[in-house]
Design a protein around this ligand. Structure first.
Ligand code: GLC
Length: 460
């Protein structure tokens, strides 16, 4: 097949990605309104955000699932609210750290699966305002994040372990309906009382988890729901109504795909879910800065800088964002080891940020060499295993390369053949985990086109 590409004739393996090729198996469809692309543009450019999991589960320090994992009775767990004294919580300090880390938006758990709200809900007794803290954490957070010029995001879980109706929505219908009333009310409260919100990051919503994959009364009697099958009983979250109302209150808001309502972006979760290249639907990988849970664990090991940078570049090179989670301590401070790593990431971005922010994934698909990003006429190669004097051979781009250099360093020699582009590296540091090569093309690259990396990309 011959394609016209930026005035050049192509017979090379350049692929124009069609939406159908990359359809994903999530429950929620994508939004289709004519402002969708415009709404998500700032977020796509931002590429990197800070996630924060914080609530009364920080007190026992065994992760945000402690209540469920240890089957702590609801009444007993609720007593944690009386011990919640976050005397060192300083939202400005959180926002300053996110900025120092090069993050462009933040997402805080306004309410996790335990039902403890970090905001003011006059109709719930389980909130930060009614806890020993007597503070509206969400109000302080929103103000600080906005003031710092970062995107303001809130995480919210419609799932609430205090409601038996969540587990058996068919038989405890009234209770499940009460849970739905709470969800609708709390989303309206968040959408109304906290000024402009940029992201509502849902989790535990939709039909995927409803009933926790438990018993269902179907043909032939009670049976366990098959793995990966969503709940299909009579209860309905009425997400279209609640999320629709939120969109009326907050016309610019971005919503992820963990409800049944149309979403602006898709969520991938955990280092192992980095997945494939996808430049049709906006997406984000969320993961933790530590090994283990999302919520605070005092002994959690912080992941090495190299691993996080390769994830960030790997996500950008697949045309997605990275949302990196920290777990603040019960006193409200972000643990010093986590904060130190965030600052190191920021230092790396201070030098290499131009290869991440405002770029799109490709032209070369990710491969053994690492990943690539581009912006107009500039292509960045992120080489994860570069060696001094090593050669990187990639399928030829159908455009002339004007020059190449290690970003902020020495020149890279380029040999363009009919089938391959070969890059010979200068000396690089032995421990380099991402050598960024900046390549200038004679013409801007068209984002929707990609070139496979194939077996050529050995990155020796
Ligand atoms: C999972 C977990 C949760 C965490 C979330 C982040 O769904 O239930 O604890 O908040 O992932 O993506």
């Amino acid at each position: 097949m011959r394609l016209r590409f930026a005035g050049v004739r192509l017979c090379l393996p350049v692929v124009l990605l069609a939406a159908a090729m990359v359809a994903s198996a999530q429950w929620a469809p994508n939004v289709t309104d004519d402002k969708a692309e415009q709404r998500v543009a700032w977020w796509r450019e931002a590429r990197f955000g800070m996630f924060l999991h914080w609530g009364v589960y920080a007190l026992p320090g065994r992760g945000e699932w402690v209540q469920w994992d240890e089957q702590i009775p609801v009444g007993e767990y609720a007593k944690l609210a009386d011990q919640f004294h976050p005397d060192k919580f300083d939202a400005d300090a959180w926002a300053a750290l996110a900025k120092a880390g090069g993050m462009k938006y933040m997402v805080l758990t306004a309410r996790h699966h335990d039902g403890f709200a970090l905001f003011d809900d006059p109709q719930s007794s389980f909130t930060a305002v009614k806890s020993a803290a007597h503070r509206d954490i969400v109000a302080e957070y929103v103000k600080a994040v906005r003031k710092a010029g970062l995107g303001v995001g809130l995480y919210y879980s419609p799932l609430d372990w205090r409601y038996p109706g969540f587990f058996f929505p068919g038989i405890y219908r009234e209770n499940a309906e009460e849970l739905r009333v709470q969800y609708d009310r709390q989303i309206a409260e968040l959408g109304t009382h906290y000024g402009q919100l940029d992201i509502l990051w849902f989790d535990g919503g939709g039909n995927e988890w409803l009933g926790f994959g438990g018993l269902e009364n179907g043909e032939g009697g009670w049976h366990r729901r098959a793995k990966d099958k969503p709940y299909s009983g009579k209860f309905d979250w009425q997400d279209a109504k609640t999320v629709g109302h939120l969109r009326e209150l907050q016309p610019g808001i971005l919503v992820n795909d963990r409800t049944n309502a149309p979403a602006d972006f898709r969520s991938r979760e955990g280092d192992g879910a980095l997945g494939g290249f996808e430049n049709q639907q906006p997406w984000e990988l969320c993961t933790t800065i530590t090994e283990g849970a999302w919520g605070y664990q005092p002994k959690a090991k912080v992941k090495p800088l190299s691993q996080i940078i390769q994830l960030l570049a790997g996500a950008a090179g697949r045309d997605g964002n990275l949302l990196l989670n920290v777990g603040p301590q019960p006193d409200g401070q972000i643990p010093p080891e986590q904060a130190a790593r965030v600052r190191e990431i920021g230092q790396w971005l201070a030098t290499y940020g131009e290869s991440i922010y405002g770029t799109r994934g490709g032209p070369w698909l990710p491969g053994a060499y690492g990943a690539s990003t581009h912006k107009d006429k500039i292509v960045y190669l992120h080489l994860f295993h570069a060696r001094s004097g090593g050669k990187v051979t990639l399928p030829a781009l159908p455009v002339r390369i004007v020059k190449a250099e290690v970003l902020g360093g020495a020149a890279v020699s380029v040999e363009q053949n009919a089938r391959t582009d070969v890059f010979t590296l200068p000396a690089v540091a032995a421990e380099a985990f991402d050598v960024v090569v900046k390549i200038e093309l004679a013409e801007p690259w068209i984002t929707s086109a990609v070139v496979p990396s194939g077996d050529l990309a050995r990155g020796k």
